[in-house]
Write a protein that binds this ligand. Structure first.
Ligand code: FEO
Length: 397
């Protein structure tokens, strides 16, 4: 039995095996957290993914007869937090389910129009006894329906997707998990889930700071509960959401016969000579979600592809389409690639970079068949220009 605070229990489940979370590679699995508050009234916070319904119910039963659950708070309709709804409602027949209007509309579409759910617009707070819950909509953190639930008496925020991470672990709290792992997976989660909503995240953090709201524990729906280093995760969210460039660049490429690869390596060398850290990522070997993670705090993105059948290589289209959706901001970069006869890919890569407002430095570099010594020197020089542009942006602040 995992006790978050006296009378508050973790009743979620750890998914050690999942490796694909809607296109995000979860090398270390995840968890679907759910919490049970036992007071004069009993409240369950969030459901779990459908295949884990029985495990959630078993954990609830360890604490209390499920028939005694009075409220179920549904903070978010995405199926990783709502999948067990039918089964849990069957076993908790006396519970009133509470959610935002938007969440209700989505739940009714997913699970059937006969569900009875109370909108928070009618019940913005509930009294449980010594403790209470206040519901706060946070649209787009992660979907339009998302909300968080705050328990002022315990200074506890049930934050749903926010402050989560896809990390299966035996430790349920931040002080029980290796710190480097904790922030690495927190960053990857932010990059792949919350990055597009960074302007909203910034506003939310400002609102919380201005309100003077006391928070001692953040209990998200994925990964460990934050009870020790809240300043660490809140500070990082501020930094990630601000998307200020750092002295780091990412060179991402795909290759057929190594010509574009040699260009990528030369460009990476030039970037390093210019004083930046650089990550070279071959899309045949890495996953798009790992590229998103590396870009999170980068100042530059260079991208290269040869031409195949008048197009860029599909694996480059994949990662660039994915990044366009995540909307990383404030990057400089460059496009490059080799070709045999038609050579459309470099212009296509450059257009893709433009789609998410990467400011390209110098001319894109195209080479027929294979780069010679002069072309590789040009790539190195382009790398140095990219590094200089990042440093100038950092200096500007
Ligand atoms: Fe963890 Fe938006 O679901």
């Amino acid at each position: 039995m995992v006790i978050v605070k006296e009378g508050i229990y973790w009743v979620g489940t750890v998914d050690w095996s999942i490796r694909n979370f809607h296109g995000y590679v979860t090398h270390r699995g995840t968890s679907y957290n759910s919490y049970l508050v036992v007071d004069e009234k009993v409240a369950l916070i969030d459901f779990v993914k459908a295949p884990f319904a029985e495990e959630q119910l078993a954990r609830i039963s360890e604490v209390i007869d499920p028939k005694k659950v009075d409220y179920i708070v549904a903070n978010h309709a995405e199926p990783d937090h709502s999948g067990s709804i039918r089964r849990v409602m069957e076993v908790c027949p006396n519970a009133e389910v509470i959610a935002t209007e938007r969440c209700i509309n989505t739940l009714l579409k997913y699970y059937g129009g006969d569900l009875k759910i109370t909108p928070i617009e009618k019940k913005p707070t509930i009294k449980l006894g010594k403790r209470s819950l206040a519901f706060v909509p946070v649209p787009m953190a992660h979907w339009p329906d998302s909300m968080v639930s705050y328990m002022p008496e315990e200074k506890l925020l049930f934050s749903n997707d926010a402050f989560g991470q896809h990390l299966a672990s035996s430790g349920r709290f931040d002080d029980e998990v290796d710190e480097a792992e904790l922030f690495r997976h927190g960053a990857k989660y932010y990059a792949n889930i919350l990055l597009p909503y960074s302007p909203l995240v910034l506003k939310l953090l400002e609102r919380v700071a201005a309100s003077g709201l006391a928070i001692e524990v953040i209990a998200p729906d994925h990964g460990p509960v934050w009870r020790k280093d809240l300043a660490g995760i809140l500070g990082r969210y501020g930094r990630w959401a601000a998307q200020k460039p750092t002295d780091k660049a990412v060179v991402v490429y795909a290759t057929m016969w190594k010509s574009t690869e040699w260009m990528a390596r030369a460009m990476a060398e030039g970037i390093a000579e210019g004083g930046l850290q650089v990550k070279l990522m071959n899309m045949d070997e890495v996953h798009r979600s790992d590229v998103a993670f590396e870009i999170l705090e980068a100042g530059a993105l260079c991208a290269g592809s040869p031409t195949l059948n008048n197009n860029l290589l599909p694996q480059m289209a994949d990662v660039l389409t994915y990044l366009k959706g995540l909307r990383p901001a404030g990057l400089v970069g460059s496009a490059f690639g080799s070709f045999g006869w038609s050579g459309e890919s470099v212009k296509q890569v450059q257009d893709c970079l433009g789609d998410f407002k990467v400011e390209t430095v110098g001319e894109a570099i195209r080479v027929k068949h294979a780069p010679d010594r002069d072309t590789l020197a040009l790539c190195r020089q382009q790398g140095r220009l990219v590094a200089a542009a990042v440093k100038e942006r950092i200096a500007r602040g």
